[in-house]
Design a protein around this ligand. Structure first.
Ligand code: NAI
Ligand code: MG
Length: 358
């Protein structure tokens, strides 16, 4: 039968981005050749800080037209020590998330066998979370400004935006995920004790949508107490929904608990599929280790697994994930996980398993 065909836009970006994306493309190539059931056509895009230095812009003016025809976007990382982080983020990643209405950012967290968690007495079975982050509004809506610039009385505002529609859509999507998981348990994170408008609306809408999903158990947690619970009772959590800012912070904590930010993936999803979704790591460009060949490629690879699932390529996704899990279990690890292997070594080990398993 004919191989299924996909178009994927690849944005390696900065620092270790090109290293972990390069490693992941090797695995995709191996999967494609071994399985023969799908074929990917790539568009390689040089949207990065180097482009910004040369041309003054991260994105070309027609970026939406360029990206729109793709089935997915595979993204490395953006960020350069010589560019303020709010510029690189707001000129590359955030416009894509917002204009493409990628309103759900999914961050699965698990402890892989063979990986040490900094928590005592924790087993891989006791932690399996799906963090769902609102990705288009909230505290990162981009509303605000600065007045009296340079004066002693200078003012800066950062307005958090919560819309009923925005809250409804993220909760409906999160409940569908919670319903598909065995525990059927959803915890939503809030700060409605201190923030009495936006966060109170968030809670009200959450309970309204909860009523549509009677088979899912719903709990509310204040964000500060949530950090404690994640550390002390990780087994008591399953699907977690939080605002843009809260989930940004909680997901780094989740990644650290799972052993390293070097394994944590993120998918920025437009559940309506009107626009392409982006598959990326939680981590950034890691300038401290860039160019040394020791970046952990697993975060980006796991994002690649999630990309294949989103495209419907479950067999390839399962083969890739199993290869990642097996290689971790065998202790083939980069230094961030306490291992001695480099990016090349881990990639070769995963590639060999993928070819054997697929
Ligand atoms: P980072 O995630 O790049 O690095 C934090 C620490 O984790 C560093 O010590 C780094 O070496 C280590 N690390 C990260 N990924 C790793 C991997 N795959 N393997 C091994 N070690 C890894 O965060 P940081 O240092 O705060 O930010 C660096 C730059 O990245 C900044 O410009 C920041 O704005 C940007 N950034 C970009 C993101 C994105 O593109 N999605 C997300 C977070 C930060
Ligand atoms: Mg973050």
């Amino acid at each position: 039968s004919e191989a299924r065909r996909y178009k994927i836009a690849v944005i390696p970006g900065d620092g270790i981005g090109p290293e972990t994306i390069g490693a992941s493309l090797e695995i995709l190539q191996a999967l494609q050749e071994t399985l023969g059931s799908f074929q990917i056509e790539y568009t390689h895009l040089d949207w990065s800080s180097d482009r910004y230095f040369a041309q003054g812009k991260y994105l070309p003016d027609d970026w939406m037209t360029v990206l729109k025809p793709h089935d997915a976007i595979f993204f490395g990382a953006v960020g350069h020590p010589k560019v303020p982080d709010h510029i690189s983020l707001w000129e590359l990643l955030l416009p894509i998330r917002q204009r493409f209405q990628q309103y759900a950012n999914l961050r699965p967290t698990r402890i892989m066998r063979g990986v040490d968690s900094p928590l005592k007495n924790i087993s891989p079975e006791s932690l399996d979370w799906m963090l769902v982050r609102e990705n288009t509004e909230g505290e990162y809506a981009g509303q605000g400004g600065r007045t009296h610039i340079g004066q002693p009385w200078e003012v800066g505002t950062e307005l958090a935006i919560f819309t009923r529609q925005g809250i409804e859509r993220i909760f409906r999507f999160a409940y569908q995920i919670a319903e598909s998981r065995s525990k059927k348990h959803l915890t939503f994170v809030t700060k409605s004790n201190a923030q009495r408008s936006g966060m109170v609306l968030w809670d009200e809408v959450a309970w309204q949508i909860a009523a549509e999903f009677p088979h899912v158990k719903t709990e509310k947690m204040l964000v500060d107490a949530m950090t404690v619970r994640m550390v002390h009772k990780p087994e008591s959590l399953d699907t977690i929904v939080a605002t843009n800012l809260h989930a940004d912070i909680l997901s780094d904590l989740a990644a650290a608990i799972a052993g390293s930010i070097g394994i944590a993936p993120a998918s920025s999803i437009d559940p309506t599929r009107q626009y392409p979704s982006t598959f990326e790591s939680v981590h950034g460009s890691a300038p401290d280790i860039a160019g040394r060949g020791i970046a952990n490629p697993i975060a980006t690879m796991w994002a690649g697994v999630e990309m294949l699932r989103w495209l419907g390529e479950e067999v390839a996704a399962d083969a890739w994930m199993k290869a990642i899990e097996d290689v971790c279990a065998e202790g083939v690890l980069t230094p961030d996980l306490g291992g001695k292997e480099d990016t090349r070594g881990v990639t070769d080990a995963i590639r060999a398993k993928v070819i054997k398993n697929a």
